[in-house]
Design a protein around this ligand. Structure first.
Ligand code: ZN
Length: 302
């Protein structure tokens, strides 16, 4: 983190600390004005189930949490890559949401802390498909984390995190929400893709006119084509990486849905975020994840 950034975060934190309490009260008043049907005042510790009985106040609750959090999670930082050949540092078997034993490498408090952070953000009932947690490194930059199905049991997935890339808390949160977006849209009940899969509905709505071109230009395999493809359609994607593959598009749009306020414009990239608002279970999950992030100690002290 450079000095400018430290200064910027420091200033932002100071302002946020000074205005946190009054800001929350003000935004709660705003919520009461805007969601006419909801007369109750929302607070960050409210019971999600209750708040989310009403889907519009549930969405607004999420927006309020975003305004309260002292980070802009969507403002990711570029780092200079220092690539080393990828190696696995440790693998753990996961059962019932917990690390039960080491199956490769050596365990460490640091590894387990990364898993703890992930489980504190993503609710237990949403991560049953994770059968393994791994820690790897490919140097600084390049890949922060990834998920992939387990060879032995493709219904189960592994989540792997590179501790060398976890120095920025907001970037870490961005990445685990992205990886979870893959698990959400590629888990057993979603795949093979069927007409009610989130990914199928997303592609029906947003990929009909670009899919053939994406295939023809081999965008997924060719990095130059990826940038050109994005440059041709900058209003269609939340990030340039989203243009690489429909699976990355839905995962990146999911991150913008969870960590950004509800968009008000009509661009395609905004419609991709609004797509998720069509599913009450996802609006509730967003608020739950945001409340979990809000309650992390890291969220009140950088
Ligand atoms: Zn991805």
């Amino acid at each position: 983190m450079n000095q400018k950034k430290v200064l910027r975060w420091g200033l932002m934190l100071l302002i946020l600390f000074l205005t946190a309490w009054s800001g929350w009260i003000n935004s709660s008043e705003l919520s009461n004005r805007e969601t006419v049907e909801s007369s109750k005042t929302l607070s960050p510790d409210d019971n999600i189930e209750k708040v989310c009985e009403d889907i519009s106040s549930c969405g607004f609750f999420g927006d309020q949490l975003i305004r309260e959090l002292p980070y802009d999670f969507l403002d990711t930082q570029e780092v200079e890559d220092v690539y080393v050949e990828e190696k696995i540092l440790a693998r753990y078997k996961v059962q019932d949401g917990k690390l039960v034993r080491i199956v490769e490498g050596e365990g460490s408090e640091g590894n387990e802390e990364l898993w703890r952070l992930f489980t504190q953000v993503i609710p237990m009932n949403q991560r049953q498909m994770i059968g393994e947690f791994g820690v790897f490194t490919d140097g600084i930059g390049t890949t922060l984390a990834y998920v992939e199905p387990l060879d032995k049991d493709p219904i189960q997935w592994t989540l792997r995190i590179d501790p060398a890339d976890t120095t920025s808390f907001p970037d870490f949160i961005y990445t685990i929400v992205h990886e979870f977006g893959h698990l959400l849209t590629l888990k057993n009940s979603e795949i093979p893709i069927h007409e009610d899969s989130y990914l199928q509905l997303f592609m029906d709505q947003f990929w009909d006119h670009i899919y053939d071109e994406w295939i023809e230009r081999d965008v997924f395999e060719d990095e130059d084509e990826q940038l050109k493809f994005y440059d041709n359609y900058p209003d269609k994607f939340v990030t340039d990486y989203a243009a690489s593959h429909p699976e990355e598009d839905i995962a990146e749009s999911w991150v913008y849905f969870v960590l950004g306020e509800k968009p008000t414009g009509e661009e395609i990239w905004e419609q991709k975020i609004l797509f998720f608002y069509g599913f009450p279970e996802l609006v509730q999950l967003r608020s739950e994840i945001l409340q979990n992030i809000y309650q992390l100690p890291q969220s009140s002290e950088e």
